[in-house]
Ligand binder design. Structure first.
Ligand SMILES: Cc1cc2nc3c(=O)[nH]c(=O)nc-3n(C[C@H](O)[C@H](O)[C@H](O)COP(=O)(O)O)c2cc1C
Ligand code: SF4
Length: 686
């Protein structure tokens, strides 16, 4: 297929100082939980994106000195020459596909931890560390500032010798000294680095200049700059940001502009649409003659073209869209728009970094597995036999298994009991704000539609006898799960007393359209997104909602996906009453008995119903029945019966997609052994 000429503009080259990007697709810095600890895995992940057509591939933030150590987070590192080879690996892989490699140098100042290095934290002025470590950062004196500039300059030189083409000066996300000096709330200095904006911008100007002097003859110098923190006067504000860009307009070779902090930048789709940052950055191009990159979870090529034609951006920055589909540019170039695996904005990728584990993605199950499992987002080994596969259940596991097996060339039959395909994805994507999650279903169905070897049967209830009679060689049960109605969960190992009464509801009831009359207690013993989306849905139907949780705050796990603040704001805006640190001791039909988890104090709350979000149970009856019939498998031609996804152990949609993908990868392959992936092993102890 050919590229649509209306997208030609996306494939024009862009000069960035002394280097040229071959097109306008720019993978902005994003961490990945692998960083300096897993250089081969990191390089392989970046390589796949270069292969997929991105003109620029950046690292994540890169520490330049032990006094800016961000452990336990695993980011890139360039403390001294020992760190060069790991990053060289990435540059070689990126260059092999004609892309430029960029590195985001940073010193995190008071937003570092120094938990590993045990150095004293540094900051413009004395202040507490950002992330709650019980230690303060000390005010930098003039020698410290000189040291910091030297570390940055040396890191830039090292980055160049590693092979990088673009060197960042980072002043974004409230995560770097260059930005901390700009912020009034972090900078109370009275010397030439504090006070007036001219003074507060001095360090940023000097570091850009230093970097240009050090490497600017061969490398493009990029500034990542936060144009708004949404914190009012203590933060960087739009009006100050405009002045800063005026002051520095043509000093860098490229501006990469976005919102701070991270939760205002990588906003989940539940709270921000594609291109939402435009009002905060659309003025930058008018101030500088240098190219401008911006972000906004861009997955639509029409939106990208519009940003460029309207003079908002020169290059399309992307983190999440490049994670969900490393081949996004190539697919546009080849006119394969329907093949684009669009990011759903769930931020499970972000949770990897926040839980200090290798990145994963709901839409792209190969993300983070490029090196350790040799998985490629576009390529799979052809089928190893003429086996026929029956999959029962068309949720995320069943759909992904069917798609991936179809790609391998197997004859696949996918049976769904309901008239609607998609399982939990179809149900959840109808909840307020989660519409984009339907992309998990829609992309897979779109792919399957083009595969004559994959057959889909809707409304097809199938029992053990039918499975045996079907003539399949392999059977995958992907029959999903359901929420428990007895209140069993983390806080109530014996369930909730009185839970036999009819009015105890589950998220399944609400997602299937049941709305109780009167006030509802949403009981969250799950701690992620479910309770707030159920509360949102009930509010939509004008029901008063009490959000009760044994945890000390609502939706605590959503801190990992950057939803937390947005969920809090939404619950407050909806008038949802939060009752935290409270367990349900008993449900009496018209009221709940609450017990405070710390004081033990008991109280009662009138309500018409309780929605218990506590735990789920696999729907694995068919699997269990088939296991009891194992002796009949050979005569039926069945070689294997497996159960995967929520039907095995309920989890995230990301887990379910991964499970389906893994099943498809491993069918007919030699089992991987007890450790089913490669590891970075420290074999040199000198
Ligand atoms: C998993 C993940 C890690 C990120 N890590 C960084 C980082 O190390 N440095 C940085 O400047 N921005 C980081 N970001 C922010 C992105 O660069 C980007 O500005 C943001 O995600 C918005 O772009 P998007 O909508 O295309 O994802 C990260 C984003 C994600 C999703
Ligand atoms: S994990 Fe979710 S938000 Fe992150 S890239 Fe994948 S689909 Fe997008």
């Amino acid at each position: 297929m050919q590229r649509d000429p209306r997208f030609d503009i996306l494939f024009e080259s862009v000069r960035i100082g002394p280097v040229v990007a071959k097109n306008r697709f720019f993978q902005v810095p994003h961490c990945n939980g692998m960083g300096h600890a897993m250089p081969q895995a990191h390089a392989a992940m970046r390589e796949v994106k270069a292969e997929g057509g991105w003109a620029v591939i950046c690292t994540e933030e890169c520490e330049i000195h032990p006094s800016g150590d961000v452990s336990p987070y695993v980011e890139a590192r360039l403390w001294d020459d020992h760190d060069i080879p790991a990053l060289q690996l990435m540059c070689e892989r990126v260059h092999a596909h004609g892309a430029l490699a960029g590195i985001e140098l940073t010193h995190n100042g008071p937003t570092a931890s120094n938990l590993y290095s045990r150095e004293v934290l540094l900051a413009p002025s004395h202040q507490p560390s950002k992330y709650g470590y019980p230690a303060q950062a000390r005010a930098m004196d003039k020698r410290d500032i000189a040291d910091y500039r030297r570390w940055h300059r040396n890191a830039a030189l090292r980055a160049r010798s590693a092979g990088f083409d673009l060197i960042y000066v980072y002043a974004g996300h409230d995560l770097s000294l260059a930005m901390h000096f700009l912020q009034k709330r972090r900078n109370q200095r009275s010397d030439e680095y504090g006070g007036s904006l001219e003074n507060r911008v001095r360090l940023l100007r000097e570091v850009i200049q230093d970097t240009k002097d050090a490497v600017g003859d061969t490398c493009g110098v990029v500034v990542r700059f936060a144009t708004e923190e949404l914190l009012g006067d203590g933060g960087v504000t739009l009006s100050e940001a405009k002045e800063v860009v005026h002051m520095l307009a043509d000093l860098p070779d490229l501006w990469d502009v976005n919102l701070a902090a991270w939760y205002n930048d990588s906003v989940p789709s539940r709270f921000a649409r594609e291109g939402a940052q435009e009002p905060f950055i659309d003025w930058v191009k008018k101030v500088t003659s240098k190219p401008v990159v911006g972000v906004g979870r861009f997955t639509s090529p029409d939106t990208m073209v519009s940003q460029i034609r309207r003079g908002v951006l020169d290059m399309i920055g992307a983190a999440r869209p490049s994670i969900a589909d490393p081949y996004l540019p190539k697919k546009i170039e080849e006119g394969r728009l329907d093949d684009i695996r669009e990011c759903i904005g769930c931020n499970i990728c972000v949770a990897g970094d926040n839980t200090v584990t290798p990145i994963r993605c709901t839409q792209n199950p190969t993300m983070g597995e490029e090196w350790r499992k040799g998985w490629h987002p576009e390529r799979m080994a052809p089928k190893k036999s003429g086996a026929k596969v029956l999959i029962v259940g068309s949720g995320p596991t069943g759909l992904e298994a069917a798609r991936a097996l179809g790609q391998r060339g197997y004859e696949v039959h996918l049976a769904e009991g309901r008239p609607e395909l998609g399982g939990r994805v179809s149900l959840e994507s109808r909840l307020p704000g989660l519409a984009e999650w339907a992309r998990v279903r829609d992309w897979r169905l779109g792919q399957i539609k083009t595969m004559p070897n994959v057959h889909v049967y809707r409304g097809s209830q199938i029992g053990a006898r039918e499975v045996l009679e079907f003539g399949a060689n392999h059977v995958l049960l992907a029959t999903g799960c359901h929420w428990r109605r007895d209140g069993f969960g983390r806080s109530n190992g014996l369930g909730i007393k009185g839970s036999g009464q009819a009015a105890i509801l589950t998220p399944d009831d609400i997602m299937n359209g049941l709305i109780p009359d009167g006030p509802v207690v949403v009981f969250d013993d799950d701690y992620f997104y479910y309770a707030s989306t159920i509360a949102d849905q009930l509010c939509k139907h004008k029901r008063p909602v009490y959000y009760v949780t044994p945890d000390d705050t609502i939706a605590s796990w959503s801190n990992n996906t950057l939803d937390y603040r947005h969920i809090q704001a939404r619950m407050h805006a909806l008038g949802v009453e939060q009752i935290v640190s409270s367990n349900i001791a008993e449900f009496k039909g018209d009221r709940v008995v609450l017990e405070h988890v710390w004081s033990g104090k008991v109280s009662e709350l009138s309500c018409a119903a309780v929605v218990a979000i506590t735990a789920r149970l696999p729907q694995d009856a068919l699997y269990q029945e088939l296991l009891t019939m194992e002796s009949a498998w050979p005569a039926a031609g069945i070689q294997s019966v497996k159960c995967a996804g929520d039907a095995l152990a309920p989890g995230l949609i990301a887990h379910a997609v991964y499970a389906g993908h893994r099943y498809a990868r491993e069918l007919d392959e030699v089992p991987a052994g007890d450790v089913p992936f490669r590891r970075h092993l420290h074999t040199s102890f000198t």
